[in-house]
Design a protein around this ligand. Structure first.
Ligand code: UT7
Length: 321
């Protein structure tokens, strides 16, 4: 028996406004439903409206995760919020979530690793829980990428959406449940392939998202296949034992190519990119919550989470649900 972080609840939140590909084209963007579906698998995404922010979406997802766990908010000792689109440059959006949940005192901070943010946040929280710094942790991925999209750039503005996903970790003494392994990577030499062209310390502006899509795509399949294999090996499991893969939702073609490279059954891959588009750090916990709530993910299932994004950063986690 060892002290492990076990997932005891999940939740997610989407902005009210849902925008289809047809509606994007009707807004004057030089694109088509057919192009977006053929190249990405995306059919619709949600955009935050007035009053909806990364922290409000994160709070809604957190409330649902707490309700699913049957846990009062004051039990939470640690909040790690992954986001590249915080409400303010500082303080951390995690502290806004903490206040909204009515938690007087806990550890709360944001993590910035773009689309891999949730895997970084989960790995940090897992190690802090295992190290005894908290018995209950709230791990969130939340984004409002619509606020950093360049609507003149059709190659990027059709790809992203807003949302949040959350899960609750509980420290338990267990043999084989909970998070079994996490692996994280970064390679800053690829900074200029996916970035925001502004920043506090450079331009003094927020900036807009820029991406060389083809290059990112090429790296994504290789890096994801490698880190999945590495993490499964560390957890002592094989690809064929996996019940569900919950990947970062950037492009249906990346999901298919990665599954094929590893010999994973495509029916075992949770896909939400069609309805949510790419929600960056929110995409993995959002997809996990969808699959938990529709009954696909069940207790004791072996699950692999994976993501790749700006930096580049990439990572994976293996857990027994
Ligand atoms: O979350 C972090 C990870 N991000 C990713 O993993 C994204 C990875 N990259 C991708 O998913 C794909 O590269 C994209 C979906 C971004 C692009 O697909 P692609 O097959 O690589 O297309 P492309 O960029 O090579 O563009 C092909 C054509 C171009 O026209 P020409 O030059 O062939 O005439 C583009 O101008 O498609 C055109 N195009 C569009 N056409 C209609 C680009 N965007 C659009 C659009 N609508 N929205």
């Amino acid at each position: 028996m060892s002290r492990r972080s076990v997932v005891i609840g999940t939740g997610s939140a989407l902005p009210d406004l849902r925008v289809t590909n047809h509606e994007l084209a009707a807004r004057g963007i030089d694109t088509s439903h057919d192009w977006i579906v053929a190249r990405t698998g995306i059919e619709a995404r949600h955009f935050a409206g007035d009053g909806e922010t990364t922290a409000t979406l994160a709070t809604e997802a957190a409330r649902k995760a707490l309700a699913a766990a049957g846990l009062p908010a004051e039990k939470i000792g640690l909040i790690v919020l992954a986001t590249a689109t915080p409400d303010q440059t500082f303080p951390a959006s995690a502290t806004r979530v903490q206040t909204a949940l009515g938690i007087d005192d806990c550890i709360a901070f944001d993590v910035s690793a773009v689309c891999t943010g949730f895997l970084y946040a989960l790995s940090i929280a897992d190690n802090m829980v295992k190290g005894g710094m908290a018995d209950y942790a709230l791990v969130i991925g939340a984004e409002t990428f619509s606020r950093i999209l360049d609507w003149e750039d059709r190659a990027t503005c059709v790809l992203f959406g807003d949302g949040a996903g959350a899960l609750i970790l509980q420290a338990q003494d267990t043999e084989d449940r909970g998070i079994l392994a996490t692996k994280l990577h970064a390679d800053g030499r690829h900074n200029d392939l996916l970035f925001v062209d502004g920043g506090v310390s450079t331009t003094g502006t927020v900036g807009k998202l820029r991406m060389k899509g083809k290059e990112v795509f090429r790296h994504a399949v290789v890096n994801l296949a490698d880190v999945l294999t590495e993490t499964l090996t560390a957890a002592g499991h094989k690809a064929e034992e996996v019940d569900w893969v919950v990947p970062h939702q950037a492009n249906k073609r990346i999901l298919d190519a990665t599954a094929k490279k590893l010999g994973l059954d495509p029916a075992r891959v949770i896909v939400t990119v069609d309805q949510h588009a790419n929600t960056s750090a929110a995409s993995v916990p959002l997809a996990l919550d969808v699959a938990v709530r529709d009954g696909r993910v069940k207790k004791n299932d072996l699950i692999v989470l994976e993501a790749m994004g700006g930096g580049f950063t990439w990572g994976a986690a293996v857990l027994r649900y």
